[in-house]
Design a protein around this ligand. Sequence first.
Ligand code: FAD
Length: 430
Amino acid sequence: MHIIVIGSGLAGLTAAISLAKSGHRVQVLESAPKITYIGAGIQVSPNSSRILRHLGVDKFIEQYCTEPVDHRMLRWQDGKMLVQCPLKEPARKEYGSPYWHIHRADLHRGLLECAESLGVESFFDCRVVDADPALPSVTTKDGKQWTADLIIASDGLHSTCRHIVLGRSSPPIPTGQMAYRVTLPASRLKGIEGLNDLITIPGNVHWIGPKGTILSYLLEGINDTLVNLVFTCDVELGTMEDGVNQKNGTPDEVLKAFQGWDPRIGTIVQHVDSVLEWRLYIHDSVDHWAHPSGRFCLIGDSAHAMTPYLAQGAAMGIEDAAILGGLLEAFPDAKDLEESLAVYEKLRVGRTSMVAAASIDSRWFTQMEDGPEQERRDEYLLSHPGIWPNHINIRSRKEFLDELFGYDAYAALEDELKATGLNDRARKRM
Ligand SMILES: Cc1cc2nc3c(=O)[nH]c(=O)nc-3n(C[C@H](O)[C@H](O)[C@H](O)COP(=O)(O)OP(=O)(O)OC[C@H]3O[C@@H](n4cnc5c(N)ncnc54)[C@H](O)[C@@H]3O)c2cc1C
């Protein structure tokens, strides 16, 4: 089949790779004139690293990945450790694939190189301005009409295609929160009292406090190890004006929003040069991501933008891409598309809604106001380090981690095809 992917983000590129590997001709239309790399890190949990390894992307990125030893939650005011939950060991031993931290630029570049090596054609400065999902076709800003057997809209949170596929308006919903994102060379913090572990031990260090959190982790930079920090807080505590979604901020703004937090934070921020500010949005959960024509569908943030509190937004887009690629490998003819997209929705809508809801729960769990509920939470955390059944913190809850990190998109697809008898008709056994 000839497939067009709209958007060269993490989900779009993974879909392009997955579909090219399944034997299809893939073109990617990207609005940006060239790929510009956002200066921040991303967490790649086992459920998504498993897919990137299956697709061969690991060869392009592995050298830039670090593996966090654990996730530590600290009290916001003084950095006292409340709970420590292992990441590296269970990822590899229980879930069979690593937990990675990587700079987005390196992941993006690796995906692009992998896609190019498979013959995927990319068109930049090629903004899609309209779409006819029935044909299917899209029109780009230069007036050119593009047609294909299948068009996949991976055009992100502020998607042009979402409302066209859904047949109604469905804009992103503000969460009331924003994030300041910062990276700085670890070497700048060398020798400063209290910071040695933070700049030498790969891990998620997570200060949790009223209406905000701070997450710190290390990235493998080209010349230096980088410290990556995400400061999340209510918009009213930060500096995002109405109508602004992303802008450059200043270290002073971060200091103001996080006044009174662990003094080490202030020390680190004094060494920061630049700050990016992002407003956080979600999409409401919908039942259908495919147009009734069976020729046009959504994936990634355009389908299910979620809050970042569990670091799963891109992971869900990568899972979408794996399922689509696997399906269209099993059913490579355009005549089967409607049925394939129905299976895609069945496998993906429920899972992404579950993860999005868990991410929102995580916001409330980590951002409690100080008081009796917070004291009960902290007491429990202090007495339950590590991973436990029914742990009140989902990051430490065994059943949830099994469901989240243990998810194997390819196995889930195979199970579904077997259960529905579709496997008998599949061109190729998965
Ligand atoms: C603070 C923060 C931290 C996060 N941390 C993590 C994490 O650790 N792990 C994780 O898994 N997820 C994380 N996420 C979520 C993750 O960043 C997103 O889910 C992911 O980047 C979405 O990928 P996407 O490809 O769907 O969309 P995008 O990355 O937004 O890509 C969309 C692409 O489409 C292009 N485009 C848009 N409109 C058009 C058009 N009309 N025509 C052509 N091209 C178009 C855009 O230029 C862009 O290249 C985080 C999010 C935030 C806000």
